[in-house]
Design a protein around this ligand. Structure first.
Ligand SMILES: [Zn+2]
Length: 497
């Protein structure tokens, strides 16, 4: 998280000079794997964020000298739970840095090993396996979110089958398509590409398109229209979310904003630098309407390792006087929108037979929660369980609360004490969801259920109306009180035994 400090009183926003705020950052565009001179792994990503933080400070100093800064970046901080996780094992401690960015959406390069292994096999199969390996294991599963790549030119059947394998078997949570690298720029809205995109939307995962010019933005828009207007695409139309990477490299083109008016389309800032940055945000504010949802449509991204510290230009701009939005707008752009895009829990199609149950405890002081977390992290770090994901709960779709000063609690919209963990072990079949939530009146709820089953968790949105009647009933029918942390741990151990 990025800690920023107000340089002066902002009475109309209820902010006093020296108030500090924590912003939660998500990098929506990041590569891992190997392509010619480019190589990157989780530790490479964290090293890069450390470097990016130095660049942010350097730029901020310059802006402050010119009195152009409204919020001074003063530090970076890991969420407490994740700090504890990374400190729980010597080999993980080395990766406990680079916390300017909290979560990273990771996809393959056009890897040296991305070519299909045989005539009927898919491109990127090995790449997708590697992404799942990096993003789906502790401790990196708490920081990385894996997307797959496929090549529509492998043919519709092969590309769709690889997509399904990556999402349903590997548990990847989105799709990256690169029309230039895989040579389908003129076939974005037809044939195999359209089928791949339709299937991804049916599977409820977002699709990010590398986009280098406004002509490609037009093609993407026509693809989206064709799916939304096709009566045979009902399921896909409901869940379709397409991201125009690099803002189509046309940050002030009116056609970009025409596309962004469609609720199914978002964009991402990697490759923008220098004057592109004000051009994008001023145009968005103007064309999407200040009172409208303009700040819902844009996500922060870096495109590391093709691009490096120029991403700092976006961060410092959002902290400057020139930025027309509020801290909430900045928080949505820097992380909230990406979290909303990926608001589905991690899951694969492996069945788990564990029926839902809930253990709750009166825990006003948070002591029971701390003790339970200590137990859970110990089990994960000693390898009794692997952790395929750790996702904090987020506000309901299309809302974001105001950002609290650290002095008043520092809540930024990401619920660091309410989260969903996916556990797996060699002994059990399928993934287990452990859902830890703060409830009203100082109640702590720990729910346990199979990631796949007739009753399951569908959303990371923290709102009782998002839980669903069936899940609510299943949990309350199997709900038990634990009077202490010890009772909670032993009830948990019995439940998963
Ligand atoms: Zn890229």
């Amino acid at each position: 998280m990025l800690v920023v400090r107000a340089v002066e009183d902002l009475p109309q926003r209820g902010i006093s000079k020296n108030d500090e705020f924590r912003l939660y950052l998500v990098d929506a565009h990041h590569h891992m794997g190997r392509e010619k001179g480019h190589r990157n792994t989780p530790s490479g990503a964290y090293d890069f964020y450390t470097q990016l933080w130095f660049e942010v400070q350097k730029q901020a100093e310059q802006l402050a000298e010119e009195d152009r800064l409204l919020f001074r970046p003063v530090g970076v901080e890991a969420p407490a739970l994740l700090n504890q996780l990374f400190e729980s094992k010597d080999s993980w401690r080395r990766a406990n840095h680079g916390w300017l960015v909290d979560r990273t959406v990771v996809f393959p390069y056009t890897d040296d090993y991305s070519a299909p292994e045989g005539p009927r096999s898919a491109s990127f199969a090995v790449s997708n396996d590697k992404i799942a390996g990096w993003t789906g294991r502790a401790p990196h599963s708490s920081r990385l979110i894996g997307f797959c790549r496929v090549n529509p030119r492998d043919g519709e059947d092969i590309a769709v089958a690889e997509l399904e394998r990556a999402i349903l078997d590997l548990g990847l949570r989105g799709l990256k398509l690169h029309p230039l690298a895989q040579l389908f720029v003129d076939e974005i809205d037809s044939g195999p590409t359209r089928s791949v995109v339709k299937r991804a939307a049916e599977l409820s995962v977002p699709i990010i398109f590398d986009t280098r010019n406004i002509r490609t933005v037009d093609r993407i828009r026509s693809l989206v229209d064709s799916i939304l207007n096709d009566p045979s695409c009902g399921e896909a139309a409901r869940n379709l979310r397409v991201i125009i990477a690099h803002c189509g490299m046309s940050p002030s083109d009116s056609k970009l904003f025409e596309a962004l008016r469609d609720p199914a389309i978002l964009t991402e800032t990697s490759s923008l630098h220098d004057l592109d940055v004000p051009a994008l945000f001023e145009s968005a504010y103007e064309r999407l309407g200040p009172k409208g949802k303009w700040s819902d449509r844009i996500m922060f991204g870096t495109d590391f390792s093709f691009l490096t510290v120029q991403a700092a230009d976006v961060i410092t701009y959002l902290l400057s006087r020139e930025f027309q939005g509020t801290l909430v707008d900045a928080q949505k752009i820097l992380g909230g929108n990406a979290l909303h895009l990926i608001q589905k829990p991690f899951r694969t199609r492996m069945k788990t037979s564990l029926p839902p149950r809930e253990i709750y405890s009166h825990d006003k002081s948070h002591a029971v929660q701390s003790a339970f977390e200590e137990f859970l992290l110990r089990e994960i770090s000693r390898g009794a369980w692997d952790m395929a994901s750790l996702d904090f709960m987020i506000p309901p779709q299309s809302t974001w609360p105001s950002i609290e000063a650290v002095e008043k609690g520092g809540f930024n919209g990401v619920y660091q004490d309410s989260y969903l963990v996916t556990l797996r072990s060699a002994k059990t079949e399928g993934d287990l969801h452990v859902w830890i939530r703060r409830r009203a009146g100082g109640l702590l709820s720990v729910a346990l259920l199979g990631a796949q089953g007739s009753v399951r968790i569908e959303s990371l949105e923290h709102a009782s109306q998002k839980v669903g009647a069936v899940l609510s009933k299943a949990l309350s029918d199997n709900s038990h009180l634990a009077k202490s942390a010890d009772e909670l741990v032993s009830a948990f151990e019995t439940a998963i035994a």
